[in-house]
Design a protein around this ligand. Structure first.
Ligand SMILES: NC(=O)c1ccc[n+]([C@@H]2O[C@H](COP(=O)([O-])OP(=O)(O)OC[C@H]3O[C@@H](n4cnc5c(N)ncnc54)[C@H](OP(=O)(O)O)[C@@H]3O)[C@@H](O)[C@H]2O)c1
Length: 239
């Protein structure tokens, strides 16, 4: 899958994986849009100290609709933002985890899937959704697991309808622990993870797994297959 010249928007753009993905996508010749909730604009330089050209856009959870015009120009949307409240189980922590990790990601996904179809012959739109290994395995953070599972399950249901009328391709990123503000103890580097994500996407994988954990490599595809079957049997597409 060539990325050169494609317009790619990344949420959580100022975070560890967000910046690593933007750098790696720049290396592939993509046009970049950094979607960030940070007050400072995202500014990046490449390995030679040259500024990476990108368009920065500010957004916040709950106001996803305001991004509709911008998303219309986007070929690939990477839904990557996330938060980890660790051991906090207060009502505020529950609300924050669900809102940031699951509901805002789901609203962005729906907004992107609803965009008008592109003219015949143009490359199909794609959305990459960063769930986490925590979708299936413990992450020592119950609310992080619950919110990522919810996002993963909603994604599995929506992915059932991606053929036919909906030309947008959905890719799921299931990542193991890497170092960032969200997980200072991660064993992988964000740059390595970003490189693997892009390499697997370019090979055409819809389920992108980057982890040192062999259990994830076995369990995740099995679980995705079972969810697919369950969703097909017990849910139906909108008429
Ligand atoms: N680190 C790991 O071990 C690991 C493993 C698997 C999956 N993941 C997932 O990878 C993604 C990136 O995480 P990271 O490890 O790179 O962490 P990070 O450096 O903390 O980046 C997360 C980014 O999410 C955005 N964000 C934070 N709070 C937000 C809010 N309330 N509303 C909207 N956006 C908010 C921020 O970017 P802006 O300020 O630019 O908006 C933040 O920098 C997350 O979805 C995370 O769950 C991480």
């Amino acid at each position: 899958m060539p990325l050169r010249g494609r317009t790619i928007a990344v949420t959580g753009a100022s975070g560890a994986l967000g910046t690593a993905l933007l750098r790696a996508l720049h290396g592939q010749g993509a046009q970049l849009i950094a979607l960030s909730t940070a007050s400072e604009p995202v500014a990046l330089s490449d390995g030679e100290g040259q500024t990476i050209p990108l368009r920065g856009l500010s957004w916040c959870c709950g106001q996803e609709q305001a991004l509709e015009a911008c998303l219309g120009e986007v070929d690939i949307l990477v839904i990557n933002h996330g938060v980890n409240v660790y051991g906090d189980r207060s009502a505020a922590a529950i609300e924050r985890s669900l809102e940031v990790n699951a509901l805002s990601a789901w609203r962005l996904l729906e907004l992107f899937l609803r965009l008008p179809e592109r003219p015949a012959g143009s490359p199909c739109r794609e959305v990459w959704v960063n769930t986490s290994e925590a979708e299936l395995l413990p992450a020592l953070s119950p609310l992080y697991e619950i919110s990522k599972r919810l996002l993963g399950q909603l994604l599995s249901l929506r992915a059932l309808d991606r053929q036919g009328e909906n030309p947008c391709r959905i890719r799921r990123l299931v990542l193991g622990p890497f170092r960032s503000a969200l997980n200072p103890y991660g064993v992988m580097g964000a740059g390595f993870v970003a490189g693997q994500v892009i390499a697997q996407a370019r090979r055409g994988f819809g389920l992108i797994i980057v982890t040192p954990n062999p259990i994830t490599l076995v369990l995740v595809p099995v679980q995705m297959g079972l969810r697919h079957l369950y969703g097909r049997l017990f849910s139906r597409a909108a008429s």
